[in-house]
Structure formats: C-alpha cells, structure tokens
Design a protein around this ligand. Structure first.
Ligand SMILES: *Cc1c(COP(=O)(O)O)cnc(C)c1O
Length: 381
C-alpha cells in the first residue's frame, strides 16, 4: 500500500498500489452509476450521493494527481478550460487578477470574452519581468496571480519561487497551469504555488483519447471549497470512462515525459543553426532566455514542446507543414505521437504569435525518424 517513502514514479506506475477489494483486480473498476443508495436511516454507504460530484473513478485519478503534485486535494473536471474556469469563476466581480501575458490562448480568450464581463479586473503582465510583476501585484487587492511555465507557444519560463514570493508578500494566491511541464518536470506547489491547474487531456492522459482537466490545491481552505462547489454546481465533471482512461495513462507518465523531453532536446540541438530555421525556441537550449531558470526549476528535462521559426517566413512555414509525412498535422500536445501545427492559424487574428512559427509536440517515436522527416520537409519551399 501507499507509503511516503516510495517515489512518485513507483506510486503512479502502480496506481498507488491499491487492489480492488471485491474482485482482487489490479486495475480499478469504472463506476458508471449516476446515483448511490440511501440507507433506511438516510445515510449513504460511502458518503457518495450523486455523480455530479461523487464518483470513485474520479477519486482514484484525483488521488494519483494530488500525490504527484504534492497537494492536499485534487478535483477532476471535464476539460482544462473547465479547470481554469473553476478557478477564475470562484473569484468575485471586482477582484484584481494578474495574468501572465504569454499563455495558452484559450485561457487568454476566455478572460477577454468572459472574465471581463464577469467583472474581473484583469491585468496582463510579462511574468518573466520580476520588477513589472512586483509593480502589478497590489498588496491587499490582488486576489490571484495566474502563471504558465513553460508558456505557450514560445515556452517562456517564469521563476515560480520569485513570483510566489512577490504574490504572497501582497496577500495574493498563485495558480500555475502546469500542463506543459507536468509534475514529472516541475511541481509548482514545491515552489510556493497555491493551486496547480492541468489540461489532463495532454501529458497526464498522454494518448489523445480523453478530455479532462484538474485543479490541485496546496491546502484545504475556504477558497478550495468554493472551487469544489463550483464544479458541482456547474456540472463540469468528466465522464467516468475519461477519468478511467486518465488514470490508465498516468501510469506511464514518467516514461512518456522523459522520452519526449530527451527527443525534444535532441531535435532542438539538431535544428538550432539550421539554415532554413531562423530560431528554435526550447527552454533546454542555452540560447533560450529562460534557460537558466528552467535548469534550476525543471528536474530531469525541459519538456516535449518546442517551436521553430522559419527563415523563409510564413509561406515557408506553410510549405514545411504541408510536407511533413511522419509528424501529424494537428493541434493539442502531450500525446505519444508527434504533432506539428501553424500556431497563428489555430489562434486566429487576435493572436500575437509570429506567422513563421510552427509548434511541435514531440512524441515517443524513434528520434532519428523525426529528425529525418523534419529535415526532408525543411528542404521543400
Ligand atoms: C490544452 C490546454 C488547456 C486547455 O485544456 P482543454 O483540456 O483543451 O480544455 C489549458 N492550458 C494549456 C497549457 C493547454 O495546453
């Protein structure tokens, strides 16, 4: 059974080591029931009432992720966006929020379309600029600082310990979208963050076949209870099968993330300085502005995400995208198959992503095959 001396890799590989007490099964059952029997005295068998909040299949994945992130508690939600919503909508109109300027476009778009009408006072700041962050965080007034590191799609690195120090000195909470690093490479709570948010659709599940999100909290406090309550009231829970696929995927999380990170570093090194490429953006390269912080803050790798900017501009980027044979042209990230996309086309006209940028999610294929495919595609114009 679970023991604090075991490493996260061991615990997650064995799904925390539990065995189904009824059947002896190694893998947990999927509970599809939407409701639970009430006993004659009005009590419940295991305090579960209704599946909009209570489901043992969610709870298993939640315990796994809370263990990986070193948190007190975790909730699964229907998607990463639902997880972000749960945090922002647990604030109240008028609350001041400082948000990293570079971040996943869906969160930025939600804040622009709905965060403002919800009444949040949102300030976008360059999270890598500590004096700017210090100036933006208002003591006693800022309720939340929202960070993402490495941040989409240029993989800016935020110094989590430094920003958490600034936020806490001003009485503000810090939430970190840890989708890209995953708890294998970065555990934001260990650097002082209060909340960790995930699109579990990505590395945590890892197989591009389940949509889910999660929020992990460092402690059980009234704000955390409000976030939990938001999930129940908004009904933003995943299906039981998605929650089951998520726990299944998480068992191989370490192997997948380590392999993707190694290959991404190899690709970044191989293609940096390539005549067809203007710039490779990867936190594992010393040329990346966040490299030193990443080397300190990320353990065992720099992640499986990188971006390349083509020397020949947008038309060249589109030609390379059309020419790849092995990389799949698709959005999303964190699956076992390598993906490539023209990020600006995905984000649309409001985006500030350079038009010559291709975003790459590195999977677990043989590195030489990926290098050869990209080399061949770069030769086309
Ligand atoms: C995909 C993603 C999200 C949104 O998650 P969904 O599961 O697609 O709703 C949020 N943050 C990051 C960094 C992501 O990559």
């Amino acid at each position: 059974m679970k023991s604090p001396s075991l490493s996260p890799e061991t615990l997650v590989a064995q799904g925390l080591g539990g065995i189904d007490k009824v059947t002896g099964a190694i893998m947990p059952a999927i509970t599809l029931s939407t409701n639970y029997e009430q006993k004659p005295d009005g009590s419940y068998h295991q305090e579960r009432v209704y599946a909009r909040a209570d489901n043992p299949t969610y709870e298993h994945a939640e315990r796994l992720l809370a263990t990986l992130e070193g948190g007190a508690s975790c909730i699964l939600l229907s998607s990463g966006m639902a997880a972000a919503n749960a945090v922002f909508q647990s604030l109240i109109p008028g609350d001041h929020v400082v948000v990293a300027r570079v971040l996943y476009w869906g969160v930025r778009k939600w804040l622009a379309e709905f965060g403002l009408t919800w009444g949040l006072d949102i300030e976008f700041v360059d999270a890598t600029d500590l004096p700017a962050m210090k100036a933006a965080i208002r003591p006693g007034a800022t309720r939340l600082v929202w960070l993402e590191t490495p941040a989409n799609p240029t993989w800016e690195i935020t110094d989590l310990a430094a920003v958490c120090g600034l936020a806490h000195a001003a009485g503000a909470r810090v939430a970190v979208d840890n989708t890209v690093a995953s708890p294998v490479l970065t555990r934001p709570l260990a650097f002082g963050a209060d909340l960790v948010v995930h699109s579990a659709t990505k590395y945590l599940n890892g197989h591009s076949d389940a949509l889910a999100g999660a929020v992990v909290s460092a402690r059980d406090d009234p704000f955390w209870q409000r976030i939990r309550s938001w999930r129940r009231m908004a009904g933003a829970v995943p299906g039981a099968f998605d929650a089951w696929l998520l726990q299944r995927g998480m068992r191989t999380l370490f192997l997948r993330v380590q392999r993707s990170s190694e290959t991404a570093l190899a690709l970044a090194r191989h293609f940096e300085g390539h005549p067809a490429i203007h710039k490779v953006r990867y936190p594992g390269l010393p040329s990346h502005p966040g490299h030193e912080i990443a080397a300190r803050q990320m353990s065992g790798g720099f992640g499986g995400m990188l971006s390349i900017r083509l020397a020949g501009g947008q038309s060249h980027a589109m030609a390379v995208l059309a020419a790849v044979k092995l990389f799949k042209r698709a959005t999303s990230l964190g699956g076992v198959e390598s993906l490539i996309e023209h990020r600006l086309s995905m984000e649309g006209p409001s985006s500030s992503v350079p038009d010559d940028l291709l975003r790459i999610s590195v999977g677990i294929e043989a590195p030489a095959d990926l290098v050869a495919d990209l080399e061949a595609a770069l030769g086309t114009d």
